[in-house]
Design a protein around this ligand. Structure first.
Ligand code: SF4
Length: 347
C-alpha cells in the first residue's frame, strides 16, 4: 500500500499523494554546454523521462538553465553542491526544483536565504543526502543519513518552508532500504528514491531492481532514478521497467518472451531485441509475446495483446491466447510489427 505523502508541485507535475511515481534521470553532459544538454534531455523525453536533473557545478552552469529551459518540455532540477550562491543563481534562472546536499550545504543563513527565494517562486527543494559526501565515515550510517536530512529540513521549516522532497541514497541496497523506511516513518514529504553509484547497466539493474523494488512494494517512493554508469536512456527504461514489474505504471511495450529451449528453431533473442529497438519510444501500454515454439507459446502467453509462436518454416499469430493466423516462417517479424502498430494506433 502506497505511503501517501504531501503533494508537491514541480513544474507541470504534482508528486506525492496518489500521483504517478515519476521517472527521473540526470544528464551526463556539461550543463554549460547548452546544445549538448538540450539534445540529451530531448532524447530522454522521447523515452518518457518525466523530470530531469542537471549538475550545476558553477555560476556559469546556473546561468545556462534559462537557455536550456527554452528548448525542453519537462521540469528541470538543479543539482547543487558546496556553493549556495549557485542555488540562488539556478533559481533566478528558472530551475523548477533545487537539490541541496545537506552534507556540503549546511550554512543555516544561506539555506534560509535559498528557502525564502524558493518560497517566493513556488519552487520545491529536495534535501538529498548521500553517504559519499560525509567528510568522515559515520559510525552509524543510517542514523547519520537520517540526522543530516532532519537537520536540513528543520532549517527549512524554521522559515516556514514546507515545499520539500527528501532522499537518502547509498550504493548499499540494504542500507538504502533501511534509511528510506526510517525517513518515510518520520516525514510526510514525498521521497525520491534511488541506489546511487550502482554500477554499469547489468549491476545497476540488479541493485536498483532489488532496492527500489522492495521500497516501492512497501509503498515508499514518489519519484525515482535508476543510476547507471552509461547511457541515461537506459536509466529511464529501467525506471519504467521496475514500475511496470510492480504494476505501478503502464508504459510502452511489455515483452513476454520465452527463454527458449531445445524446441526453439528460430532466433527469438534477435526478434525481441529488434522489437525493443523498433518500439523503444512507444508510450502506450501493450503486451507482446514472442514464443519459441507453437507447442506451448500461445497458452503460456494468454494475456498478451498480440504475440507470435515461432517455428522454422511457419509460426502462428495469436491475440489474447487465441490463434488468429498461420504465418510463413519468413514473415513472422513483419506481421508482428504491423499488428503491434495497429494495436498502438487503435489504443
Ligand atoms: Fe521452449 Fe517453446 Fe517454452 Fe520457448 S515456448 S521455452 S521454445 S517450450
Amino acid at each position: 500500500m502506497r505511503k501517501i505523502k504531501k503533494e508537491i508541485r514541480i513544474g507541470d507535475f504534482v508528486i506525492g499523494g496518489n500521483n504517478p511515481i515519476r521517472v527521473q534521470s540526470m544528464t551526463k553532459t556539461d550543463t554549460r554546454d547548452v546544445e549538448s544538454t538540450v539534445n540529451q534531455i530531448l532524447m530522454l523525453e522521447d523515452y518518457g523521462c518525466e523530470i530531469i536533473r542537471v549538475a550545476v557545478r558553477d555560476l556559469e552552469a546556473a546561468s545556462k538553465i534559462k537557455d536550456i529551459k527554452k528548448s525542453i518540455h519537462i521540469p528541470l532540477v538543479a543539482d547543487v553542491h558546496f556553493d549556495p550562491r549557485i542555488a540562488i543563481e539556478a533559481i533566478l534562472n528558472g530551475a523548477d526544483k533545487i537539490r541541496l546536499n545537506p552534507s556540503n550545504i549546511n550554512d543555516k543563513e544561506w539555506i534560509k536565504k535559498i528557502a525564502l527565494l524558493c518560497k517566493e517562486r513556488g519552487i520545491p527543494i529536495r534535501v538529498g543526502a548521500n553517504l559519499g559526501s560525509f567528510k568522515e565515515k559515520p559510525k552509524n550510517l543510517e542514523e547519520a543519513l537520517v540526522e543530516s536530512v532532519k537537520k536540513e529540513v528543520q532549517i527549512l521549516n524554521s522559515v516556514g518552508f514546507e515545499n520539500i522532497v527528501i532522499s537518502a541514497k547509498t550504493s548499499d541496497v540494504l542500507l538504502t532500504i533501511k534509511v528510506n523506511k526510517m525517513l518515510s516513518e518520520i516525514f510526510e514529504y514525498p521521497i525520491h528514491i534511488g541506489i546511487t553509484e550502482a554500477g554499469a547497466l547489468r549491476d545497476s539493474l540488479i541493485k536498483s531492481g532489488i532496492g527500489l523494488g522492495i521500497l516501492l512494494n512497501e509503498g515508499i517512493g514518489d519519484t525515482l532514478r535508476v543510476s547507471i554508469t552509461g547511457d541515461p536512456v537506459e536509466e529511464v527504461i529501467a525506471g519504467y521497467n521496475i514500475l511496470k514489474a510492480l504494476g505501478l505504471r503502464k508504459h510502452g511495450l511489455e515483452i513476454i518472451s520465452c527463454p527458449t529451449c531445445g524446441r526453439a528453431e528460430v532466433d527469438i533473442e534477435k526478434i525481441v531485441n529488434k522489437l525493443n529497438v523498433d518500439f523503444a519510444k512507444v508510450n502506450k501500454s501493450i503486451k507482446v509475446a514472442v514464443m519459441g515454439c507453437v507447442v506451448n507459446g500461445p497458452g503460456e502467453a494468454k494475456d498478451a495483446d498480440v504475440g507470435v509462436a515461432c517455428g522454422k518454416n511457419s509460426g502462428v499469430l495469436f491475440k489474447k491466447g487465441k490463434i488468429v493466423r498461420i504465418l510463413d516462417g519468413n514473415e513472422i517479424y513483419d506481421v508482428l510489427k504491423k499488428e503491434i502498430e495497429s494495436v498502438i494506433n487503435n489504443n
